[in-house]
Write a protein that binds this ligand. Structure first.
Ligand SMILES: O=C(O)/C=C/C(=O)CC(=O)C(=O)O
Length: 231
């Protein structure tokens, strides 16, 4: 059972944390590379603002983006803006998303994301949380995978395990958290065959599944760490 009210509170907290961290940057820092290949920090901030608008579209029953090309063009257009403009846009678009999500609605209805992915409306707040939290890390401004709230990390591993299950490009995996969330286990990938056991701290497991690190700090008992397809 997804608690969208709880998730919206987490989105508010994560957004405040992000806005406060961005407020400490300057125009030069916004123009510098982020940790995402080919994207400056300005691209990441523009993407976060446009994703908030896109999720308003989803909640209101419109297509998430007009097209993939329009999505990419909007990010390119907005990326070079100075800090003050980026900050105001992200603050306003995030507030629009939260206002839209506060309107009473049937949260069990099915919504459609881009690329035809369907889900329950109740999961939209968590999807926004993923964007805000992981892209905060991608900015490379001192907020790391290990700083993410423990509950978020465990739920993101749940979410990605579910997403990878049945994906023909993902071998059967048994994931085991050590340290925080210690002992918690997940399985994912193709259901047939002996699973590869991968263990490590939750932040490292999540970072590997989410394509944020190479998994070199994970244990596989000597087996090669499988390559994962992009998300
Ligand atoms: O979780 C999904 O299925 C889709 C997420 C996104 O499309 C997030 C973006 O990359 C975006 O809003 O541009």
């Amino acid at each position: 059972m997804i608690d969208h009210v709880h998730d919206l509170a987490a989105v508010r907290e994560a957004t405040d944390r992000l806005l406060s961290a961005i407020g400490d940057l300057d125009n030069a820092a916004v123009a510098e590379p982020s940790r995402l290949p080919g994207w400056t920090r300005g691209h990441v901030l523009a993407h976060l603002a446009r994703n908030a608008d896109a999720l308003v579209n989803v909640l209101e029953g419109r297509p998430m983006y007009v097209s993939g090309e329009a999505r990419d063009a909007d990010i390119e257009r907005d990326a070079p803006r100075p800090l003050e403009v980026q900050l105001a846009d992200l603050r306003d678009s995030s507030a629009r998303f939260l206002r839209t999500a506060d309107v009473p609605a049937d949260w069990s209805r099915t919504i459609e994301m881009r690329n035809g992915v369907t889900d329950s409306a109740a999961r939209v707040p968590f999807r926004r949380l993923i964007e805000v939290e992981l892209h905060h890390v991608d900015l490379g401004i001192g907020y790391e995978l290990t700083d993410l709230p423990e509950e978020f990390t465990a739920r993101e591993i749940d979410f990605l395990s579910e997403r990878f299950t049945g994906n023909p490009g993902v071998p059967a995996l048994r994931l085991k958290a050590t340290g925080g969330n210690g002992g918690k286990q997940w399985s994912t990938g193709r259901l047939e065959g002996e699973p590869v056991s991968v263990s490590g701290p939750p932040a490292a497991l999540m970072g590997w599944l989410a394509g944020r690190c190479d998994g070199s700090d994970l244990e596989t008992g000597g087996a090669p760490l499988p390559a994962l397809p992009p998300l």
